[in-house]
Write a protein that binds this ligand. Structure first.
Ligand code: GMT
Length: 380
């Protein structure tokens, strides 16, 4: 019986949680001896290691004068067929419903004509269901892709409920939470790093995102501006459409000297290790992987209570939860943390302890079990 698999992974290569989860899952499987093939239009941003067990297959999109819009999904489908045949994939794990899951189910149909039955696992990550899933122009495709996958997983219980209530789901859905590798969070704070952003007695507040509307960047700046405490710095990590607005707000509030916009950084563990409080006032968040990464770095999380966030951030224990847009309460929670060091330190430890329940070795077997159950060659 086969005990090492050949796994195909499709994900977005860009700065975002679904790409991070997919990449780290692939790396972890490669470390366990499985062969992993990443397929995307660019090298996933966290895929910066060399391993003989990992290959990357780039999807090329040729231009053709007739195409006003590049048919990426078709190029991806062809690439999936090609990789499945020539690399002899046992399973294909796609992250994000569109176009990945729909390309995968098409590829599966094509592969059947070659006598290959490739099992498809689709992991839903959030906005594919909560934002795009509500858009009528995508809905039938997403529904079909979910129902045609051999296995479907969601990253939170909340996302599972939302998926079931938004779509006519005929498949069973498994909940497998996102994870972190606690080994990466040793919490030794590099002194020089802290001192380059703040004085010894200053607090460091952080926010990390893609600065899209759903992240409510305005609330981040307002929360920081509202607190009556000059003894802190705000580090804004990431980039996206609302960055310019946020920078302007800081100029208008005259707080630019205390707010640093650092852009897209890859190795966030180091920066999070110097963070005291992490702000995530999102409109919706299926899980909030970045909140978990902050907690693993002993940062207290002030977030909204939307989506799957309450499954990660425990109100009054690892941080505080508020209704979306309740900037007043989030500012009050931040002020009370910064004025009570004992509470801050206690909650930091709680955050770290709670993060351990999402450690990689606890989650990896859940995916592995599905892989082996579906792998045809493993049953012989
Ligand atoms: O919104 C983002 O940060 C990007 C997005 C993605 O697709 O990469 O993140 C989603 O997937 C992450 C990994 O599962 C989750 O932790 C995020 O909560 C989720 N984002 C939203 O639901 C808005």
């Amino acid at each position: 019986m086969k005990d090492k698999l050949i796994i195909g992974i499709v994900c977005y290569p860009t700065y975002g949680g679904s790409g991070v989860v997919a990449t780290e899952l692939g790396i972890a499987f490669a470390e366990k001896g499985h062969e992993v093939h990443f397929i995307s239009y660019d090298q996933p941003f966290r895929l910066d290691i060399f391993s003989e067990k990992i290959s990357f297959h780039e999807v090329n999109i040729p231009s053709y004068p007739l195409f006003e819009y590049p048919p990426y999904e078709l190029n991806l489908t062809s690439k999936l067929v090609d990789v499945a045949i020539h690399e002899k994939l046992d399973i294909l794990h796609v992250h994000y419903a569109i176009p990945h899951a729909s390309a995968a189910v098409n590829a599966k149909q094509i592969l059947l004509t070659y006598g290959i039955d490739l099992p498809i696992i689709t992991t839903l990550h959030g906005t594919d269901i909560t934002l795009l899933g509500k858009d009528k122009s995508f809905k039938p495709v997403i529904e079909y892709a979910i129902n045609s996958s051999d296995s479907v997983t969601t990253v939170s219980k909340d996302l599972m409920d939302v998926t079931k209530s938004n779509f006519r789901i005929q498949n069973s859905i498994n909940y497998i939470p996102n994870f972190i590798d606690m080994n990466l969070y040793n919490n030794d704070i590099p002194n020089h790093l802290r001192s380059s952003y703040a004085k010894d007695d200053e607090f460091i507040i952080t926010h990390i995102s893609n600065f899209r509307k759903v992240k409510r960047i305005k609330d981040v700046i307002n929360i920081f501006n509202n607190i009556n405490n000059d003894n802190c710095k705000l580090l804004m990590i990431g980039d996206g459409p609302d960055r310019i607005m946020a920078e302007q707000m800081c100029r208008d509030y005259n707080i630019s000297d205390r707010v640093k916009f650092l852009g897209k950084l890859k190795l966030i563990e180091n920066l999070l290790s110097i963070s005291d409080v992490f702000l995530l006032p999102s409109e919706t968040e299926s899980f909030g992987l970045v909140a978990l990464e902050a907690m693993a770095s002993k940062s207290v999380v002030i977030s909204t209570n939307s989506g799957g966030l309450p499954e990660v951030n425990k109100d009054g224990f690892t941080g505080f939860l508020s209704d979306v847009g309740d900037v007043k309460k989030m500012s009050k929670d931040l002020s009370s943390l910064l004025s009570n060091t004992q509470l801050l330190n206690e909650m930091k430890e709680n955050a770290f302890e709670h993060a351990k329940s999402f450690d990689l070795p606890k989650v990896l077997p859940k995916y592995e079990e599905i892989y082996f159950k579906l792998c045809k060659r493993c049953q012989k």
